[in-house]
Design a protein around this ligand. Structure first.
Ligand code: BJ8
Length: 423
């Protein structure tokens, strides 16, 4: 029995189901990650984090709660972490990348709901997510129709749902809505934590979160090298861990691995030989433990060099850069920073196309794999014009629509191999 069993029971987890989940997670991790060749030594830290993702990290959160440190869960990169950190609370990602308790989910959501939404419900209904159970507040956001309508149901399943409204058009009215919603969120966080968010505290929140993003920017840049110094799988994992880990410790660990990657690049070392086909991912977020597509791609003889995704550069591209050190300037900088996120729920959304092109050029990708989750209308709708635009510029695109099931792995492998041959 795990030393954490009492804690899990106290959080209300279904221990038998939870054991089963950890077993599957551990097996999948071993098969997909630990079997990779030439992994950087710095990945040891992330192995450890993953092995303790429901253990030590939850213990840290629970211990923090005993001292009054609140936990806030979110499903979207529009929830400003700066504000949460400013109130000495912890933001954790609740998006999930695996099917669970599917029979229970089918009783509350239509079958044609995307796997990401279903997964969050499966983890709640199956009582296997210690993050969800330890959250003092869960933030839902009005983005795609699937998410915003499903929060009406989620609100009946969790006691502490807070819904954030978001604009869909980048107009001045849209920006004003975002600013008003961030102000309302700031007040809600102050109420939850009992801490007033002063200019000094917010400056600290901005500094901590920017430092995390800058560490990731350093990692992204190093992936431009050929041979690639780190696999796409490991880089994705680091992005995924950024949603759970303590931000300061995470930042240090990313810099540490970057030091190692720099040395590798200087020595001409990589995870795959020079000249290995290089691909860019673009599309829906890949939440932990969704490793299917990069695993298929990298076991087919290619290397993934970037993710145009919210678990990737769409989520971390911009920094919060206040013009002044007063509260109003900082809040305005936060609005400005998130306003630039080019999620497909916005209409129109031309920046995303430019970012995909820019990333492909920066990381010397020879092709783009568009990753759409089945039933995700925003990203599936954008995939077609994006494909046309990129191919007109000479960049081949493979459009993949899939879910979290493993039934299509062989078929995906065949398609990826055929795509690689034509590069
Ligand atoms: S900012 S991408 S994290 S909303 S896959 S649930 S869109 S039907 S996740 Fe997202 Fe925020 Fe946008 Fe990023 Fe809906 Fe599509 Fe499902 Fe999705």
């Amino acid at each position: 029995a795990s030393e954490h069993e009492a804690m899990w029971r106290e959080l209300g987890l279904d221990l038998a189901a939870h054991d089963q989940l950890l077993q599957v997670l551990g097996d999948g991790y071993g098969q997909i990650f630990l079997s990779q060749q030439e992994r950087p030594e710095g990945m040891e830290y992330f192995n450890f984090v993953m092995s303790e993702v429901h253990g030590l990290r939850i213990k840290e959160l629970v211990d923090g709660k005993a001292e009054g440190k609140k936990v806030i869960g979110s499903f979207c990169v529009f929830v400003p972490e700066e504000i949460v950190v400013a109130a000495d609370a912890t933001l954790v990602g609740l998006c999930t990348g695996a099917d669970f308790a599917t029979e229970l989910v089918d009783q509350v959501l239509p079958r044609n709901t995307c796997a990401l939404i279903k997964s969050a419900f499966g983890f709640k209904l199956g009582k296997v997510c210690p993050y969800m159970e330890s959250a003092d507040m869960i933030v839902g956001e009005n983005t795609c129709d699937g998410k915003k309508k499903s929060y009406e149901t989620l609100g009946t399943l969790v006691p502490n749902l807070y819904v954030m409204d978001l604009p869909q058009v980048k107009s001045s009215e849209g920006r004003a809505l975002l600013a008003a919603e961030y102000e309302r969120f700031k007040q809600a966080v102050e109420e939850l934590t009992g801490k007033e968010i002063t200019a000094e505290r917010l400056a600290h929140g901005i500094q901590v979160v920017n430092a995390k993003r800058e560490a990731l920017h350093r990692l992204y840049k190093l992936r431009a090298a050929d041979p690639a110094p780190i696999s796409g799988l490991d880089a994705l994992l680091i992005n995924q861990v950024s949603f759970y880990d303590d931000p300061v410790r995470f930042t240090q660990s990313v810099h540490k691995i970057c030091d190692e990657l720099e040395a590798r690049i200087a020595a001409g070392q990589g995870v795959a030989p020079q000249g290995t086909p290089r691909l860019l991912f673009s599309g829906c977020p890949m939440a932990v433990p969704n490793w299917k597509l990069p695993w298929v791609v990298e076991s087919s003889g290619a290397v993934v060099v970037g993710e145009e995704s919210c678990v990737g550069e769409r989520g971390t591209r911009n920094l919060t850069e206040p013009q002044g050190q007063d509260l109003a300037s900082m809040m305005d900088a936060i609005v400005e920073r998130y306003w630039k996120i080019d999620c497909a729920v916005f209409t129109p959304n031309p920046d995303r196309q430019e970012h995909v092109k820019q990333m492909a050029a920066d990381y010397k990708a020879q092709g783009v794999i568009h990753y759409g989750l089945q039933f995700c209308q925003p990203y599936q709708m954008e995939a077609l014009p994006l494909e046309k635009n990129l191919e007109a510029g000479g960049l081949p695109v493979l459009r993949v629509d899939t879910d979290y099931g493993m039934e299509d792995v062989e078929q995906l492998k065949t398609r990826v191999e055929a795509f690689l041959e034509m590069l």
